[in-house]
Design a protein around this ligand. Sequence first.
Ligand code: PYC
Length: 431
Amino acid sequence: MPVIENGHARSRRGIYPARYSAAGLFRRGLSHQDWPPAWRSQPVKPSYDVVIIGGGVHGLAAAYYLAANHGITDVAVLDKGYIGSGGSGRNTAILRSNYLTPEGVRFYDRSVKLYERLAAELDYNVMFSQRGHMTLAHNDSSLRTMRWRAEVNKAEGVDSEVIGPAEVKRLAPFIDVSDEARYPILGALYHPPGGIIRHDAVVWGYARGAAALGVHIHQHTEVTGIDVTGGHVRSVRTTQGDIATRTVLNATAGWATLIADMAGVRLPITTFPLQAAVTEPVKPFLSTVIVSGSLHVYISQTDRGELVFGASVDPFTSYSMRGSLEFIEGLAGHVLELMPALSKVRLLRQWSGLCDMTPDFSPIMGTTSVGGFLVDVGWGTYGFKAGPVSGEAMAATIASGQPPEIIAAFALERFMAGALVGEKGAAAVGH
Ligand code: PYC
């Protein structure tokens, strides 16, 4: 039986917060008792076994699985802002595993499987809605790529198939599938397990789970340097003081090269902004995620009724996270070509995140030439989908010193060996 301390229970594995349940909600409602905080800040210690830079889904998932799967709990997660303030809180929350390469399909499929059981595992409602994902083909070459993806998906046991315009119309009755459209719809890659999730809940769920097992989460703690002596990491310098450590994981997505430079590791990554926007809520009418590569747009409807739109990355490198008028004008035109009935719907807000793009659109994961400096970077526009599997794989790499098979293809050395994993054809929209 766990012992309760300040509203938190102490078990053999550490301190964990109150269980969320309907009965608990009812009891607390009756007694006017607040829930205890999901997790508590701790003072920064002078040393940790593992320091994870980046408090997004990747960093927090790695911390959680280090503690939960390997019993490694002397771990700090550092973020220069607040948790989820980077790409994890700025993406359009689409999950899928309908990739192009066998390596990519296996990897993202594992992530979808972990996402499917995340709410139960973390005792946190992450609102994963597997409502299906449809990528429209408007020309012969994209139809060919869809067929290719469908075959690779099936060979890897992932549910995807190419459907014709009539089936597209059945799944999304308001879409114009006539020949009159500027880009007529020739078919689509339909992927039933795909869907959307509540991205902040994933971040908070992992943070709560990791902290309950003893991980320290330090927000507003910026890394200013990494000390490497004799080819091995010794410490991390931060705005809250120096932290001695033998193991650092760089999980900073758009800022990945800035952190890697501090350790003297060069990465083939360039950072581009990716913008998105959301409308006022409207009645539910869109039950799948819709992607159009030719129109450079993807659309989904949240449980609250808002329409979430995204597009390609901006055509220039930048660390800016401001939205632009050019983007929203282009986006609106493309959305209306697909769904003219939305012309009266008002946009609520737009924003931007940063994408760490690699030449082959696959991530860079594992060890580097600097001892103790590991990377989980190069996510481009796919990062949020990969949070759980990346956390699991990077935790296993740190615990055993050896990257597991599922990330073997994503090693940094592939760029020297010419063994790229070309995943550009699986991008939601052209880049
Ligand atoms: O790859 O599905 C995707 C995606 C959607 C938004 C950004 N990337």
